[in-house]
Design a binder for this molecule. Sequence first.
Ligand code: ADP
Length: 261
Amino acid sequence: MKYEAEVKSEPMVRYRGIAKSFGSLQVLNEIDLDIAPGEKVAVIGPSGSGKTTLGRMLVTLEKPTAGTIEVNGEQLWHKTVNGQLVLADDKHLHKVRGHVGMVFQQFNLFPHMSILKNVMEAPVHVLGIAKQEAKEQAAAMLDKVGLGQKLDNYPRQLSGGQQQRVAIARALVMRPKVMVFDEVTSALDPEMVGEVLAVLKEIAEEGNMTMLLITHEMAFASEVADRVIFMDGKIIEQGPPEQLFGNPQNPRTITFLSRFR
Ligand code: ADP
């Protein structure tokens, strides 16, 4: 997908006037961001620049201090009643929350469950899917991330890269419209980074998943993203990867990127 397409279609994700503070610390400010259906957006920026907070708000793990967020045309933190925005109740939040999946730096698998059980857990207990069906879907998803031979293994029997692939399968099996990947390779030994990025690339190449990729892997962002956003508390600069990496305009972007050369 090309960058121009983002402006034309109805966005899948829409941040409007988002600000976020933790106590007196303002972390995000003036965030307006539209992400088109199927668009892959990479978010880069210094540590502490609010990237994770941006992603966590999309799965309702953080609440914005100001502004609104829509996913698939539905308000996340509010809902519209008689044309007015009112605070969302738990039922509404639960429903829209289901549109978005997130994978974290730490895989957070259930240690006492086989990886098949790990991936079946939410479809059975959150979506209410019958066990047999959930089992088939989970096995298919684990196969997709290259772990079809390990269904009965426990997380501790797997490498970090394999565990992270289980975490990806566990998020994907919920069939979210949008996926947030938050530095999913940062906790991995270097030799395992490639296998996880390969899985992400495969998901990206299927095309229809809308993806927000928070990453320090510039080569990966360049290869996979339709658009790269450089942020530092706010969006400083954005554009297609060849533009942002090849010809950055803002001095802060230039300084940041020079560290990766
Ligand atoms: P990044 O992902 O770019 O490293 P984060 O979104 O994780 O940035 O954090 C942005 C800033 O917000 C940091 O200064 C961090 O310490 C602070 N922060 C994040 N979460 C919390 C929290 N729950 N309470 C207080 N401060 C937080």
